[in-house]
Design a protein around this ligand. Structure first.
Ligand SMILES: [Zn+2]
Length: 400
């Protein structure tokens, strides 16, 4: 948690890189903007944007395109059929260097109508609402950091590309190619996903994620008249799930979770079909092929049942490469000016940062809001953390 305003600047107050504004001036600037930042976040939260509603996602995409254009950015929507259009904004900078890519998403996991049922608005130090942490506060930080840099430098010190996608929460299938193409042109990628935990750590490693479905085809029969003739897909599935649970290797960061099961039609029918949806997490890219092969080579216990496995590892892990570590060091340097011991974390969840880090582009994730309850009804951010998060992002845009 941040200290009182006066506690935050203990180090000698030097001028920040490439601008004449001291670190204390910068912090005061963002502290004065805190309420405005909260207003921006609330505006974004109040435009609900579930991944599976194109009209809703397009509404917030258009709203954001205008917001970034008002700051002088060149906003462009990438048309998508099944999801909201993705938003790319290019800002020119004074230096002729490669841009830094600010990456995020404006879709949320919540269906429409959650504004009515979820806790929303300010309660003490906290701001609640659907997507407030994951990751509408991160988008607001982008807007305010860009605005601040323009004030301090009379224009941006270097080119900046903002890319906000509409399908991150459902696997980024329609945005991945664009994310990768933009990352390739960039010096570094800063991902505004939520920070890790209330300590606000940035994320320097993320697990890789896979999604699989195992379908079992059995042989139906009347449970009363012909119990001996059937081959139950449900019993076969149950045995497969137990076998699958042995593939877990938590010590090596590998997990296999049968998350959703379906099967059968009636109690008096021996089930002809059953299936399970499986979430797989891996810690290193090397584990991908092994677990994929093991899942695909599952054999039926009952020879009369057939197995069908579909799916793949969707995101390779974001590994803590030298490029990632170097970005973290820069972030620590900036935080040190505020006597802030910025920590790093390795987390189990994936993000689009997995794609860009997997390409070897230096990527730092978890630069967004600080809070808890992402994807849960108590989702919130800690309001007094906003000024120093904005300061950190502005500093990273300058030096990444
Ligand atoms: Zn997210």
């Amino acid at each position: 948690m941040p200290g009182k305003k006066t506690d935050r600047l203990k180090k000698k107050d030097t001028k920040s890189a490439a601008s004449n504004v001291t670190w204390s001036d910068r912090l005061h600037y963002f502290e004065a903007k805190q309420e405005e930042m909260v207003r921006t976040i609330r505006e974004l939260v109040e435009i609900e944007s579930p991944s599976d509603s194109k009209p809703a996602a397009d509404r917030i995409g258009t709203f954001l395109a205008e917001k970034f254009a008002a700051l002088g950015g060149d906003s462009k929507l990438h048309h998508v059929q099944d999801f909201g259009d993705h938003l790319q904004v290019d800002f020119s900078g004074r230096a002729n260097s490669k841009p830094v890519l600010l990456l995020g998403h404006f879709d949320t996991v919540y269906p429409m109508g959650m504004l009515e049922t979820m806790l929303c608005g300010i309660a003490g130090d906290r701001l609640h609402g659907p997507g407030v942490l994951d990751m509408k506060s991160g988008i607001a930080l982008m807007l305010h950091a860009i605005e601040a840099l323009q004030t301090w430098h009379h224009g941006l010190p270097r080119p900046v590309t903002v890319f906000l996608v509409s399908d991150e929460e459902v696997g980024s299938t329609s945005s991945r190619k664009i994310t990768e193409a933009l990352a390739k042109e960039s010096a570094a990628v800063l991902v505004l996903e939520p920070a890790a935990g209330l300590r606000g750590a940035v994320k320097t490693a993320r697990k890789g994620v896979g999604e699989y479905t195992l379908k079992v085809k059995g042989v139906a029969a009347h449970a009363g008249l012909d119990p001996g003739k059937g081959h139950s897909a449900i019993i076969e599935l149950a045995r497969q799930i137990l076998a699958m649970s042995k593939l877990n290797d938590l010590r090596r960061g590998l997990s296999v979770n049968p998350g959703v099961i379906q099967g059968g039609t009636r109690t008096n029918v021996i089930a002809a079909e059953a299936s399970v949806d499986i979430d797989v997490r891996i810690k290193s890219a090397k584990q991908a092929a092994g677990i994929d092969r093991k899942l695909r080579s599952l054999k039926p216990f009952d020879k009369h049942c057939k197995l069908e496995v579909a799916g793949a590892i969707n995101r390779l892990p974001m590994e803590r490469t030298a490029g990632v570590a170097a970005l973290y060091e820069k972030a620590q340097e900036i935080a040190n000016h505020l006597d802030w011991k910025l920590q790093e974390a390795a987390v189990g969840g994936g993000s689009d940062g997995n794609f860009t880090a997997g390409m070897g582009i230096p990527t730092l994730d978890g630069l967004g809001g600080v809070g808890e309850g992402a994807h849960a009804v108590h989702e919130f951010i800690v309001i007094p953390e906003l000024p120093r998060r904005a300061l950190l992002l502005a500093g990273m845009i300058e030096s990444a």
